[in-house]
Design a protein around this ligand. Sequence first.
Ligand SMILES: NC(=O)c1ccc[n+]([C@@H]2O[C@H](COP(=O)([O-])OP(=O)(O)OC[C@H]3O[C@@H](n4cnc5c(N)ncnc54)[C@H](O)[C@@H]3O)[C@@H](O)[C@H]2O)c1
Length: 391
Amino acid sequence: MTMRAMGFETRPGTSTQYLVGAGALMDERLTTVLAGVPVCAVVDEDVMKHHGDLLAGVVSGPDCLGSLGVAGGEHCKSLEQLTRVLDFLSECGLPKHGVVVAIGGGTICDVVSLAAMLMRRSIPLVLIPTTLLAQVDAAIGGKNGINFGRTKNLVGHFYHPTVVACDQAFLATLPAREIVSGIAECIKIFAVADREALARHSRRWQDDRLFCESEGWQDSIWDAVRWKLTLLAEDPYERSSRRLLNYGHAFAHFLEEQSGYRLLHGEAVLLGMMVENEVSRELGIGGPALDPLQALTADFLSEPCRRHWPPFADVRRELPKLRQMRRGQMNLVCLVEPGDGRIVDDVDEAVLAEAWRRVERRLDPCTAVNGLGPSEAADGPAEPAVTMRAR
Ligand SMILES: NC(=O)c1ccc[n+]([C@@H]2O[C@H](COP(=O)([O-])OP(=O)(O)OC[C@H]3O[C@@H](n4cnc5c(N)ncnc54)[C@H](O)[C@@H]3O)[C@@H](O)[C@H]2O)c1
């Protein structure tokens, strides 16, 4: 498998190197950044358990001042864990010219990236994302955040890493439910960016959904990274609320919060995209061209999506907060068809209610014709991927 690499300019003269492929940890664009400087690593404990050998050079090399194990999952995006990471960096005495390395899924990348930005008014950062969701989305683009009070991602900023190394070897141990969560973000990116790429890659996600460390999957991850950076280049600091990458996210954070974070981020995004597609149909923006996308999205829904689906009355109660989070307006991303999206300002409550009912009908076990099967029904940690990989 050949390594793919791309530089993304974050300001004149400074760029982030994005690496995608098996062996990314050995690539000299990463190893030179870590050579001869003090390093502190923060590692997802599960990743360390599965991939200790692969990580040995980073977490116990001669320049490593220390490594901190953190339990991944949404609950690590908290002020307590941020403080714990800052304490660790401070106790290690990491100097300003050192490097902080975050190894884990999107949650670890989010909290460690914020810590690296705050520590000594910014210390160079390397991200080694280990979930599909983090490799195609969370570690891409320089955004970080923790949850605060009852609100997801309320505290955070933008801070660009020096290198993001997406090594597919990590994905071999990812539970099936987490793979599907990553596929949700793949659907999001291609659905707003490129109809042809969506069609081409989605065949792989359906046929080979549990084999994302394979060479074929390298294409999907690479294209997702490339497209996300292309879309971000137009608005890197989200100054405009008009970003198409918000597709599926108007309700996703609300759905995660409502479920007490038992719904995975990607599962909430699947549901959020389905609602926005129904809004698009209800407003006459999207027609039959959206049917295959809606069917593809529904195909990845699992039992927790049904279990944690709230009634519209709960949404109605939250609308003022949802509007506030979106600069006062309930603006949604409505697709005409994949690759052709519009931002619709201030969608009417009655339209939302109808869209919510339509998605609810698809989730109803009596009418569902999608993949809400028992095999991926576990809520909470899914079965280890190894038990689910027999073809
Ligand atoms: N900053 C951004 O731009 C951005 C974008 C999208 C999502 N996000 C955030 O990303 C988070 C979700 O990230 P996630 O889905 O990676 O969740 P996660 O970090 O919680 O990882 C999911 C689970 O997989 C485990 N895990 C990680 N790597 C593994 C591996 N290789 N093998 C086995 N198990 C492994 C973790 O311990 C955890 O239990 C959310 O908080 C979301 O808000 C951020």
